[in-house]
Write a protein that binds this ligand. Structure first.
Ligand code: FPP
Length: 242
């Protein structure tokens, strides 16, 4: 590791230890463009994207974050060509296998957020097993799978209606979301230069800071995380106050 990277890491650790930033959510965008730029099929972009994801999660833990959420597969992503959908699902399935093997070694508490009903029983059982096996671990990782913010809110409202509620509070809604009991993200990072939420964490993002970088997700590095952290600490978060 060169000196610039080391300085960045120490700075991130120091900044995060001051508080205020404990949860980053990532919109991992640009896998397709990364592959197309290299004349490769898009699935290679997702494959390199999965490698970047593992590196970034480890780094987020190293610098002291408590929670990381990643947008791995949206409710809209099913509309992509079947081969591409299958390649992403295969990467996720491989990741579940890896988690199964490393549950005791890696300090990761893995949770899957999204509508799991769309997946077959075997896939759902494996997700549940990982959630259970890692439930006592430290760094929380939320993998958003078949996730859509509107679908999540609709699901939450229907849950509350089924419970017999005729009037709801903000706390009722928060506790009926897939992320119930977890802190909202302090920072949402989107790669590949886009400035949209794309139906991600619509409720939870109410007061999140948003950071966009031109870096394509498979190229995302530890240094890019340091830049996002540094940028976050230059902001003044006011939560609607003066
Ligand atoms: C967006 O890039 C990315 C996705 C739709 C999939 C994200 C999935 C991964 C990074 C792999 C997940 C694997 C694990 C293990 C979590 P895009 O394809 O929309 O890129 P483009 O906008 O350049 O076309």
């Amino acid at each position: 590791m060169d000196n610039t990277k080391t300085a960045g890491k120490q700075q991130s650790i120091e900044l995060i230890s001051r508080g205020g930033l404990s949860h980053i959510a990532f919109i991992m965008d640009g896998n397709g463009r990364w592959a197309e730029k290299r004349g490769m099929p898009r699935r290679f972009g997702h494959s390199y994207g999965a490698a970047a994801f593992k590196k970034i999660i480890r780094y987020c833990g190293d610098i002291g974050l408590k929670t990381v959420t990643v947008y791995a597969f949206s409710t809209e992503n099913w509309n992509r060509p079947e081969a591409e959908v299958n390649s992403i699902i295969k990467l996720l399935s491989d990741y579940i296998d890896e988690c199964e093997k490393s549950a005791d070694k890696e300090n990761l508490r893995v949770r899957f957020i999204g509508d799991k009903e769309r997946f077959d029983e075997n896939f759902r059982t494996r997700m549940a097993r990982i959630e259970e096996k890692t439930s006592q671990n430290g760094l929380s990782l939320n993998v958003a799978l078949n996730y859509g913010g509107r679908a999540e809110l609709t699901h939450a409202f229907n849950t509350l209606i089924k419970e017999g509620k005729t009037e709801v509070t903000e706390d009722d809604i928060s506790s009926a979301l897939y992320t119930a009991g977890q802190q909202d993200p302090d920072l949402i990072v989107r790669t590949a230069g886009e400035m949209r939420l794309s139906n991600f964490l619509l409720w939870q993002a109410a007061y999140s800071e948003f950071y966009s970088t031109d870096v394509l997700w498979p190229d995302m590095s530890e240094h890019d995380i340091d830049l996002a952290v540094e940028n976050f600490y230059k902001r003044k978060r006011r939560f609607g106050k003066v």
